[in-house]
Design a protein around this ligand. Sequence first.
Ligand SMILES: Cc1ncc(COP(=O)(O)O)c(C=O)c1O
Length: 435
Amino acid sequence: MGELRFEKSAAAIADAGRWIAGGVNSHFRAGMAPGPLVFTHGEGPYLFDVDGNRLIDYYCGMGAMVLGHSPAGVREAVKAQVDKGILFAGQSPIEAEAARMLCERIPSAERIRFGSSGSEVAQAAMRLMRAVTGRRTILKFEGHYHGWFDNILWSTAPALNAAGPEDAPVPVAGSAGQDTSEADGLEVMGWNDLPRLEARLARGDIAGVLMEPAMCNQGAMRPAPGYLEGALAACRASGTILCFDEVITGFRLAAGGAQELFGVTPDISIFAKAIANGFPVAAIAGRAELIDKFSTAGVLHGGTFNAQPVAIAAMVATQQGLTAVHFATAGARGQRLQDGVRDALAEAGITAQVMGFPLMFHVSFGLSEPPRNYREIAAADKRGYSAFALALLKRGVRVLERGAWFVSSEHDDAVIDATLAVVREAAREVAPQLG
Ligand SMILES: Cc1ncc(COP(=O)(O)O)c(C=O)c1O
């Protein structure tokens, strides 16, 4: 089979660019090689594009499609709900059922509020942490992403020459147009460094600590042993609220997210992405006395589309699909894929770190040791990995250029075998070009 071609996607993006800025509706869909793709449909582990290519998809909707593309159960639930009504601007029974499911599943969840995107519920979390403590500053970590809004899009992937010293990082804006005053309520720290976090919290003036409990926007990094436990203890001792951003890790590392996997229960946590297999549902969850502040203490949380019944029907069906069997079966396949990628790269003589979790892992080229924080992973060979991602795409396997691989329950053994054959070929092709 010859290399796949993507000319019709390029033409369609150019055409759409007459009406849509850059032809795409999210920054994170632009800039990829050979250019953004235009898809006609998705099924199971596959996406089909306007050039007629069938691609094995490891974007999985940026992590959302944990049950694969177009699962029957989710489709049926959505169709049934559409026939009952679309938006009530009032409550519907299904949202209480959905909230109960999450409370039973997520260790920290005694109470829930639904929103529509991860960015939005991150805002709710920040407001709540400030309101409850009466303090102003939120602590975030280099390389962690909590949405695209002005007051939190800082130091998500900063250039190291702009990021200040490692022991005193300065906030670096993620976008043009962010006023520096927006960072006034933030402090940025390196992740996975418990003594430094403990020392900072001990000053007693931090409202909340917001962190990805496993760093999955940069790498797929585990917390150092004792880090989450230590962070929780230091938060308790200093009257600070601990919030886990489980937008990627939720419903992917375990049914109850990273907090279940690592056995550390934060005060509050936020979820989106895989919660509803591609439908716009997000949630903030936590201890009842904290989340109840949204109804008792004048902490405003709103949204026309919150708990949109069709999306909530998709959420309930998705949660029903996230069984112990799913995690065992899909997880075993994902682990086999991860191990196979590691072996294939080693066979081709490529220095790389392949690390993470069964249903989400990360590949960074050029690192001989597993990275433990943003500054360590920032040294990876991104151009080399982009060349590898393009070599995969031309052979029908679509992975994120930033190194993440998301696996769904639809990536069966045959798909994993087909992927690994392509990985071996692509690794042999790019190995000679790497430094
Ligand atoms: C950890 C994390 N938090 C928050 C967000 C923002 O979520 P959304 O894109 O739904 O606004 C993302 C998105 O990638 C994320 O990875």
